[in-house]
Design a protein around this ligand. Sequence first.
Ligand code: NAD
Length: 271
Amino acid sequence: MGDLMRGKRGLIMGLANDKSLAWGIASKLAEHGAELAFSYQGEALAKRVRPLAEKLGSDFTFECDVADMESLDRAFDTLKERWDTLDFVVHAIGFSDKSELRGKYVDTSLDNFLMTMNISAYSLVAVTKRAAEMMPPKAEDGSGGGSILTLTYYGAEKVVPHYNVMGVAKAALETSVQYLANDLGPVGIRVNAISAGPIKTLAASGIGDFRYILKWNELNAPLRRNVTIEDVGGAGLYFLSDLASGVTGEVHHVDGGYHVVGMKQEDAPDI
Ligand code: NAD
């Protein structure tokens, strides 16, 4: 328990269940006193998201499909009906056709390329634009502004088998973080990303041979383990609280150090 988020209100986008990265972050924020709203993708997810929101003391949940700009506008209208300001947003959303998260990137179809880019990268831009309008103006004493956090993966930087078009979308997402950070820095809004190591979630189960990726990271990361949603939650708390008041445009790895390793560890057995 702590008070790092006391008095701050934020929207969590991308909660599917209690394995979601969004759940790790939301739990940590609630522990530190944040007031939370949750958006879910479709009515089918509502019955999963509502009880989880309640566990964190929130009865504020509503639908938002980020591929649909009208749905996004409706979601932010709903938010504005109840809250006059917004301090932070967690964007934990990604999607691609499962059939193209295996095999070769060269086989990516145009339709899936555009859909993946739209849902996994452009949505951060669309969300940030709407969220920024609700964030309090920056004041002389340094208060005001806001913080936006998204989730990315190492497949944006290096080739990870099967990650394919999602890697290309994450690269666009990471560059968007930098451009958005620069656009909104003058009004005190910070935009950052956590590059999380592999974690078994609903979205991850769509990636070909994900178990192999998990095992490889566990054996080869400097910490010799996979990260958890609690690890990601801790870093999320840092970015969304005033602890990170001087940090923007950052892609921060929470991956047990995997991204610094250049080759297989000597002590890693063959898998
Ligand atoms: P998850 O399945 O729990 O969450 C993905 C969420 O995206 C779901 O809540 C889903 O409803 C939402 N979503 C998909 N399309 C949407 C749309 N059109 N509109 C609104 N919401 C939509 O999986 P997760 O692993 O927690 O994923 C969260 C984020 O973390 C994603 O961006 C993912 O790429 C990223 N990430 C995951 C890992 C991992 O290994 N699990 C690693 C690094 C980054």
